[in-house]
Design a protein around this ligand. Structure first.
Ligand code: NAD
Length: 481
């Protein structure tokens, strides 16, 4: 371990019990490259036991009154906030995000439990006459049933909270499979939910390095009623195919390629402030991270120079060091990929303005980087960078900016900067993206619907409709005598 902080449970969590395995896998601290913990590497039989537990607990949890379900979620919210420091430190250690951001993620993750505690008591149906007056239309909503939730490593608490909180609020039980790169926070969350009074079997956590082998059989299990996945588009496509034979309900939060458009009338300083957040938050490892900076040619020099100056003085270091602005990226392969994308951009004629190199320090560090004059033929213009690298290119007309911004198979997030709010809104309304930041560099709020269009996903998480992903609607027709 790289610190003396307890890393918490390291077994899987099934039916209220911690489950060990013969095999273990190492969770690395990306700040040092050292081993942080050894976690149980379970196989399909443990996933099956988790499914058994979720199926057994389903009827009881669905029958638990909405007030009681809400009370558990509120207690989880309070406990998460009470434990902000230890949870934030755990996330910084297993994932590498700077401590201040990890504290923010605890607040963000906790808010999902509060938001959905409040939604749990408002799951109403409807009752009314049919248009002909011949019958009554009665609708009711009920939990869809046991859910398989598969999460990525980049927001270890928030990605689990965004699925688990609405599922539990709706009355569903859950089998959660966190990413093998950062599973510890999900295990901590499971323990905390149990402490808050969640009955055994309602939330189960399965840790494994063999995700397809372990979750594949669950997708074929008739007791499973819902798959909710956050991760790459490639894996999402595979899971959609795997879910098709049973016509399993699915929600997909997939990859992005967010454009960050700076129109010629934008406040450039404000755009740079937004770019720092949209690019460096989570060390650039967010699905909503600005991936392509499209800047009007008349303000491009000011934007590029200003952004490069700010990036050059960002402090890169260990995630738990309070002085750190930018931590390590998640792993050695991630570092390789980022370096490869920058090298490829340079080979295609792009210019490194600042950064453009790996940094020493034992862990997986890449210097905050601005590459300008990026041609559309460079891989960095089309692929998710998932690192602290801003790729900038210029445009001459608003229409050109729009065509390039929207000309991707992805449609998760976009950012538009203009001093003319009406113009920025018109631009935003044309974009096929699920979320748009207008003159701001971050688009996440538990009270807002989060999700993508096109190959970025299916469904929305959070907001007033987030719970719908976990509910079935039944219509009962009753004649009017
Ligand atoms: P990933 O797709 O490699 O893995 C995500 C999860 O799926 C992990 O738990 C992994 O173990 C599991 N998995 C992988 N293959 C599987 C299979 N065949 N069957 C079942 N499970 C499988 O993604 P990642 O590297 O963990 O996360 C980064 C990606 O997630 C990026 O593309 C990012 O844009 C995306 N993401 C999207 C959102 C969103 O809300 N749209 C949020 C965060 C991250």
């Amino acid at each position: 371990m790289s610190t003396d902080l307890a890393v918490g449970p390291t077994g899987s969590f099934v039916d209220g019990e911690w489950v060990e395995a013969g095999e273990h896998f190492a969770v690395l601290d990306p700040s040092t490259g050292g081993v942080l913990a050894e976690v149980a590497d379970v196989g399909p039989e443990v996933a099956r036991a988790a499914m058994d537990a979720a199926a057994r607990a389903q009827a009881g949890w669905a029958a638990t009154s909405p007030r009681e379900r809400a009370a558990v979620l509120r207690a989880v919210h309070d406990r998460l906030l009470e434990r902000t420091e230890s949870l934030a430190t755990l996330m910084s250690l297993e994932m590498g995000k700077p401590l201040a951001e990890a504290r923010g993620e605890v607040a963000y993750g906790a808010e999902f439990f509060l938001w959905f505690a409040e939604e749990a008591v408002r799951l109403h149906g409807s009752f009314g006459p049919s248009p002909s007056g011949a019958s009554r239309i009665v609708t009711s909503r009920r939990p869809v049933g046991p859910v398989l939730a598969i999460t990525p490593w980049n927001f270890p608490l928030a990605m689990a909270a965004r699925k688990v909180a609405p599922a539990l609020a709706a009355g569903c039980t859950v089998v959660l499979k966190p990413a093998e790169l950062a599973p510890l926070t999900s295990l901590e969350l499971a323990g905390l939910l149990a402490e808050a009074g969640l009955p055994d079997g309602v939330l189960n956590v399965v840790t494994t390095t063999r995700p397809a082998e372990v979750t594949g059989p669950l997708l074929g299990d008739p007791r499973l009623r819902k798959l909710t996945f956050t991760g790459s588009t490639a894996v999402g496509r595979q899971l959609l195919a795997d879910a098709a034979p049973r016509v399993l309900r699915t929600s997909m939060e997939l990859g992005g390629n967010a454009p960050f458009v700076v129109l010629e009338d934008a406040d450039v300083e404000r755009a740079i402030d937004g770019a720092m957040i949209a690019k460096l938050r989570n060390v650039g490892q967010a699905c909503t991270a600005a991936n392509r900076f499209l800047v009007h040619e008349s303000v491009a020099d000011a934007f590029v120079d200003g952004l490069a100056d700010r990036m050059a003085v960002s402090v890169v270091g260990a995630a738990t060091d309070p002085a750190t602005d930018v931590g390590p990226v998640i792993s050695a392969p991630a570092l390789e990929k980022i370096a490869g994308l920058v090298d490829d951009a340079v080979a295609h004629g792009a210019r490194v303005v600042t950064g453009g190199r790996r940094l020493d320090g034992g862990g997986f560090y890449y210097a905050p980087t601005v590459v300008a004059d990026v041609p559309e033929t460079a891989r960095i213009a089309a692929e998710e960078i998932f690192g602290p690298v801003a790729a900038v290119s210029t445009f001459a007309t608003e229409e050109e900016a729009f065509q390039r911004a929207d000309g991707t198979e992805f449609g998760l997030a976009a950012y538009v900067y203009s001093a003319d709010l009406d113009r920025a809104l018109r631009f935003a309304e044309r974009l096929e993206t699920g979320m748009v930041g207008v003159n701001q560099g971050v688009v996440s709020d538990p009270a807002a619907p989060f999700g993508g269009m096109k190959a970025s996903g299916l469904g929305r998480e959070g907001g007033p409709t987030g719970i719908d992903e976990y509910l079935e609607t039944q219509y009962v027709a009753v004649p009017r005598a």
